[in-house]
Design a protein around this ligand. Structure first.
Ligand code: TRP
Length: 367
């Protein structure tokens, strides 16, 4: 269906506080998009029901992190006057939609979803023993997106298979039941460093379980400490040795966070990040100096976020109230879509006066 409005939808699982990987991968962009005024509606949500699919025995963890993530959202500059912030589980239409979408997806298609595939391996569910709810979460994610007729989904590259699966569901639904749903587009981060920020230990991904995260809510001291112990180039032993940029976490973070303006202002020797990189690869530039710049850059980004968070933390009931109101708005939107879906799928019995009249006539003819 041709979209009538430009609508953004995206979300996060509330399984922990958000970290700087979330920030460069998606949060920063959301705030820019929100403030660009180019979108008619923006929905940002906490995927608590999805989080429960692999935290079945730990509902308290999800419950505790709902408020943490809401605080992180607000701290980053998501503004409830411009963006609807809500919680997935409070929108029953999403489960309703998922149920119907399940008819449109085969088991083998889900098994081929790379995210599901790797997550199965990572979480150690052996093949058949994976919970059905976890296995089918790409379907539920398609419901999250389509219920709001999202045109634009800003997420990290790891979500690409989810978006592809969603688009397939939309096409199949529209083909079978008539043009009803909107096909969403993924909006990936602009630079490669932001696509998948590695952890401070240089491991593939920032993840709470690996303990390699810098959180948006970390204090200035915690951030400085984490940068000090960050993984760099193990072959760069002496300052005079030539250094390598590839896989060097400090430079990857600089690529993600640092502008040339900051390089010029915060260092004495360089005007651009490229100049600094050239010196590092030539040899003669030590890790300590690079880390010093990174710490300064991170502090400039994180300090305003920390301050806003501290403000919102003073009135927690007000934050819950923002979420409650957001859920109301979101529910209304999802209910509208659900009505269109019911109509398309011919399960709108009571709304359709002609159906009742036709049936009455059919049975009258029998008498
Ligand atoms: N799977 C996403 C994550 O783990 C969260 C999510 C759930 C989501 N539903 C979504 C993101 C819909 C974008 C659109 O971060």
């Amino acid at each position: 269906m041709e979209p009538k409005e430009k609508i953004i939808l995206t979300g996060d699982r509330p399984t922990g506080r958000l970290h700087i990987g979330h920030y460069v991968g998606s949060l920063r962009r959301r705030v820019e998009l929100q403030n660009s005024g180019e979108y008619d509606k923006i929905f940002i949500f906490e995927a608590d029901a999805q989080a429960l699919t692999d935290n079945i025995e730990n509902p308290e963890k999800v419950r505790q992190n709902v408020i943490e993530v809401a605080l992180d959202y607000l701290a980053c500059g998501l503004d409830p006057a411009k963006s609807t912030l809500f919680i997935q589980s409070q929108i029953p239409e999403l489960t309703e939609l998922s149920f119907y979408y399940m008819d449109l997806v085969t088991v083998s298609r889900l098994q081929r979803n790379p995210t599901v595939k790797t997550e199965i391996q990572m979480r150690g569910f052996g093949g058949e023993s994976i919970p059905v709810g976890f296995f089918t979460y790409p379907i539920s994610q398609a419901a999250d997106i389509t219920a709001f007729k999202a045109t634009t989904v800003p997420v990290g590259e790891d979500q690409e298979p989810m978006l592809e699966q969603c688009r397939e569901i939309v096409r199949r639904f529209n083909y079978i039941y008539g043009d009803t749903l909107v096909e969403p587009n993924i909006l990936l981060p602009e630079n490669a460093a932001c696509l998948r920020l590695p952890g401070t230990d240089g491991k593939a991904k920032m993840s709470k379980s690996l303990g390699n995260c810098i959180y948006l809510s970390d204090s200035a001291d915690e951030v400085a400490k984490k940068v000090k112990t960050m993984y760099t180039d193990p072959t760069h032993l002496q300052v005079s040795d030539p250094g390598h940029l590839e896989g060097n976490t400090v430079f990857i973070y600089l690529d993600a966070f640092c502008t040339d303006e900051q390089v010029a202002r915060l260092t004495t020797d360089y005007q651009t990040l490229q100049e600094m990189k050239d010196h590092y690869t030539r040899g003669g530039l030590g890790d300590v100096k690079c880390k010093k710049l990174l710490t300064a850059v991170l502090q400039e980004t994180l300090e305003p976020i920390r301050q806003r968070r501290a403000e919102f933390e003073k009135d927690i009931p007000a934050v819950y109230e923002i979420l409650r109101k957001g859920c109301e708005v979101a529910r209304q939107q999802a209910a509208e879509t659900m009505e269109e879906v019911r109509r398309a799928m011919k399960i709108n019995y009571f709304e359709d006066a002609s159906l009742i009249a036709e049936q009455a006539q059919r049975f009258a003819g029998k008498a």
